[in-house]
Design a protein around this ligand. Structure first.
Ligand code: NDP
Length: 244
């Protein structure tokens, strides 16, 4: 059976690379993000390569929008085998800069968005007695550097939410797996959205030297999905070999 896989933040970076790889491997993809032209192009690329994909415009900060994304998967393909909570952003800055709007957006997308994804997909996974969440955290969820306080708080939160979900689903014997992905530096659009210019410049320099491609992360996620269902890879920490 080819799996039905929903990915949030599928319009670029890790989400796009993972969608394309999983579609190539035979999965049916449902892609969510806000930029329609990007999603249309990715669906067209997948279909041109012989794969199956559809998309729904999705804002993960809006519960109804995330529920609608789940409904597209259920209406079109009848089930949700994997839900990947991937949408996220990382506008680092020091607290003294007072970028409260950035803090709120990180909390809304990186944390609330993950919770909304769980809420949207868990009932149907429970009903079908199988499923898998792939929740994208970060190495920044395991530690913090100056300028990354809010981002690390959201990504550490993803780790805690995921572990609680894992324990709950194990106790319920629901056959639902939980996999956290904690990447190091990956060359995507992530740094483009940093609003503090000095921080952005420093990050761009670092990423130019260090980052791996999102396809590397996608390969590790595909392995966690392909593992037989009685075993779960609960966390993937994947860094550039040269990242300190
Ligand atoms: P990108 O900026 O390339 O991708 C981010 C994705 O999130 C885009 O598809 C964007 O789509 C989507 N997104 C942002 N806000 C929303 C929203 N409100 N609703 C729906 N989708 C949204 O970066 P990455 O691929 O790097 O990021 C993917 C994940 O990986 C993030 O959670 C990030 O924190 C994490 N990560 C990345 C690392 C890296 O070095 N790149 C390292 C560790 C973790 P759109 O704008 O179209 O809505």
């Amino acid at each position: 059976m080819s799996k039905v896989i929903v990915i949030t933040g599928a319009s670029s970076g890790i989400g796009e690379a993972t969608a394309k790889l999983l579609a190539k491997n035979g999965a049916k993809l449902v892609l969510g993000a806000r930029r329609e032209a990007k999603l249309q192009q990715i669906v067209a690329d997948i279909e041109a390569a012989g794969g199956t994909a559809t998309y729904a415009l999705t804002d993960v900060t809006d519960l109804a929008s995330v529920q609608a994304l789940a409904q597209v998967a259920l209406d079109k393909f009848g089930r949700i085998d994997v839900w990947m909570n991937n949408a996220g952003l990382m506008p680092h800055s020091e607290f003294i800069k007072g970028k409260v709007a950035d803090w709120n957006q990180m909390i809304d997308v990186n944390l609330r968005g993950v919770l909304y994804g769980i809420d949207a997909a868990l009932p149907s996974m429970r009903a079908q007695k199988s499923g898998q969440f792939i929740n994208v955290s970060s190495v920044a969820g395991h530690g913090v550097h100056a300028g990354g306080g809010v981002y690390s708080a959201t990504k550490a939160g993803v780790l805690m939410i995921s572990e609680a979900l894992r324990q709950e689903e194990a106790a319920a014997k629901s056959n639902i797996r939980v996999t956290v992905v904690s990447p190091g530096a990956v060359a995507t659009e992530l740094v483009d959205h940093v609003t503090d210019q000095a921080t952005k410049k420093a990050l761009e320099g670092y990423y130019e030297q260090t980052a791996i491609t999102p396809e590397r992360v996608a390969t590790s996620i595909a392995a966690a999905i392909d593992l037989p269902a009685d075993a779960a890879i609960n966390e993937i920490v994947i860094r550039p070999t040269s990242q300190g």
